[in-house]
Structure formats: C-alpha cells, structure tokens
Design a protein around this ligand. Structure first.
Ligand code: ADP
Ligand code: MG
Length: 341
C-alpha cells in the first residue's frame, strides 16, 4: 500500500528534523505536568477554570532572532528570556504567575538538539517561577527563529496595578539596577573590551537572562499607585506612567541604581550626565518602575531588601512628559527609549 503523503514526508524527514507532533509530544507535553488546564496537549484548547475573587491578567511578548536575541545565543537562554520578559510584565501589575501559551516558529538552525535545549530552558524556569505550559502552536519558517509567549497571572479582583494610578507628589521607585540591559547587549556583542572580562561576562549574562521581579509582585500590589516594567528604557517607561496618570515625571539621573559593572563603565565616561542618560534610555532592563506616596515608598523600600532593592529616582508633579536632570542641571534628550519601526 502506498503510504499517505503526509506519512511519507514524516518518514523522509526523520530523525534530523522532527515534525510538529513529535516536538509537541516529546518536548512540550512534559512541561504541562501538574497543569490539568493543558489537557495533556491532546485537545484543541486549554481550559482555564474561573477563580472566584481574582482577575486573570494576560500579557504577550514576542522575540525575533536578530532583533531581541543574537543568532548565536543558545536556545535554552532564548526560551528562558522569552518566559522572563513576560513574567516581568506580570510582576509589574502585581500578578502571581499562573500559566502560559507558547508559539514558536523554528528556523533552519533549530534541529532536535536545539529544540531540546529550548524546552529544557523552559522546564528550568517553570520550576523557578512556579508556572506551567497550557498550550500553544508550533510552526517552522525559512526566516529567523520567532517565538511568542502569552503569560497569565492572578491578582485579587480589581487590584492589578495600572500605569494610570499615580498622584501628584508620588515618588518614582525602580527595582534592582538600570542600564545593564543596554551594557549587556554591548557586552554580548563583544563591544565592551574596556572592562574587565568578569564584568563583561556578568553584563552579557544579564542581557541574555534578565531577572524578573516576580518576588516583588505582592509589594507592588499592596503599595504602588502605578507601575510598569522597564523594557523600553526607564525614561520611556516612566513616560508611559506619567502620560497614563496625566502627570509629569522628574527623574534625577544621579539617583539611578547601577550594578558594579555599570559603575565601572560610568567611571570611564567623560560626560556623566550623558552616560547616565544612555543607561536610562537603553531598555531591556526588566526591572519594575512604580510610583507610591512617600510613606508607602518607605514601607516598600524596607520590605524590598529581600527581593532586589528599590531606589527612589524621582517624583511626579502636575504637568506632562518627563524631565531628566543630573545634579540639578536639566539634561535634554531626543529619544526616551527603544521603538520598533
Ligand atoms: P491546531 O491544529 O489547532 O494548530 P495543534 O496541532 O497545533 O492544533 O496543537 C495540538 C495541541 O498541541 C494543542 O493542545 C496545542 O495547544 C498544543 N501545542 C502545539 N504547539 C505547542 C507549543 N509550542 N507549546 C505548547 N503547546 C503546543
Ligand atoms: Mg497548530
């Protein structure tokens, strides 16, 4: 009997390029263990039961090879970054991770070994952040590897922290350190030879594997008036909060929290204000920027010591836009952050 055409194609291409169903069965199904919502990936859909007293928060971020990661980046790190950039959005809204849907378009470089690495990366971070795979879609492309993830999280009903809730007089706080995203990209491209190898390594690692502030979700939810994650660049993301809140943000660059590596980089710059501006408009930091009344901010700073520090970098006043200063002098800027065209 002549095999049906699809079967023949499967046999012809195995084992070098596994088909969609084999990939789903062997690599993605294990990632749904413990999540009945996924129905073992044996159905057309995932089924998410409603949860009384909670809102389901959803976010989606896509990553494209050559744009969001380098062609040489190992796929376990690519997958983990994809999950982490979405977890960062959930954390900024005060939501606890629940589950995710994954779409991946494999490119030519994605042989079985690379696909295994991709799934292994997801498995590792699922464990770390307490989240499960619910479903997705698998395709292939002659173009660059493209992957996109929709993450779901829970917040108590009505408590998701919006961008638009800030009040005049609120302080602007930022988690962790700012600028490692920008310097990390430079480091990963081999452009930071002026720094010690260990520092370059640390920066490149931060770029490839951001640390979403999942542990801060509760603190943000309980105290912040407005919040966003820092993905486009601090100035741009503060700008989003200011605009949504109908206020103006004032940012003091000298207050910017920096990693040791970023401080070493800054030390070698002639124009400190401009260099700090570069860090504050670079993007890819995946920290949380939020606003809070002074007393709430104090509570947050005290509590945040367990989860990656919070630092006050400015405040909000009546008006619109973002004004940036260094040591009291205004700093002009053209570009608040990264924009895709
Ligand atoms: P469709 O024919 O509707 O595209 P698929 O055959 O792509 O359905 O999907 C079959 C099952 O496998 C579904 O439950 C789907 O959610 C799951 N699935 C497919 N690709 C992925 C993926 N990349 N990650 C997780 N689940 C996936
Ligand atoms: Mg499909």
């Amino acid at each position: 009997m002549i095999p049906p055409p699809q079967r023949a194609a499967e046999v012809a291409s195995a084992p070098e390029s596994p088909d969609e169903f084999e990939t789903i069965e062997r690599l993605f199904k294990p990632l749904t263990e413990g999540a009945p919502e996924a129905q073992g990936l044996n159905d057309d859909v995932a089924v998410l039961p409603a949860r009384m007293g909670f809102d389901l928060v959803a976010t989606k971020d896509a990553m494209v090879e050559g744009v969001h990661f380098l062609e040489t980046d190992p796929l376990d790190l690519v997958a983990r970054k994809l999950l982490r950039v979405n977890l960062s959005d959930l954390a900024a809204k005060g939501a606890e991770p629940y589950g995710y849907l994954l779409a991946v378009s494999w490119s030519k470089r994605c042989r079985w070994e690379e696909r295994e690495a991709f799934a292994a990366g997801l498995a590792q971070d699922q464990k770390q952040f307490g989240i499960h795979l619910f479903g997705g879609d698998t395709t292939s492309t002659p173009g660059p590897l493209t992957c996109s993830l929709t993450a779901f999280g829970w917040v108590p009903h009505g408590r998701a922290v919006a961008r638009g809730g800030a009040r005049s007089g609120d302080l602007v706080l930022v988690s962790g350190a700012i600028g490692d995203g920008l310097l990390g990209l430079a480091a990963a491209r081999g452009e930071l030879s002026e720094l010690e190898p260990a520092r370059v390594e640390a920066l490149a690692k931060r770029y490839r594997l951001p640390e979403p502030r999942v542990g801060m979700a509760r603190l943000v939810r309980d105290n912040a008036s407005a919040s966003a994650d820092v993905s486009d660049g601090l100035v741009a993301d503060v700008g989003h909060i200011a605009e949504a809140s109908g206020l103006k943000a004032l940012i003091n660059l000298e207050a910017l929290p920096l990693s040791r590596a970023a401080r070493a980089w800054l030390h070698k710059r002639v124009d400190q204000g401009q260099a700090l501006l570069d860090l504050a408009t670079g993007g890819d930091d995946y920290e949380i920027v939020c606003c809070a009344r002074a007393d709430r901010a104090e509570t947050m700073i005290r509590a945040a010591q367990d989860h990656g520090d919070l630092t006050v970098v400015g405040h909000l006043v009546e008006g619109e836009g973002v004004a940036v200063s260094y040591m009291g002098d205004p700093i002009k800027f053209q570009r608040a952050g990264w924009r895709h065209r």
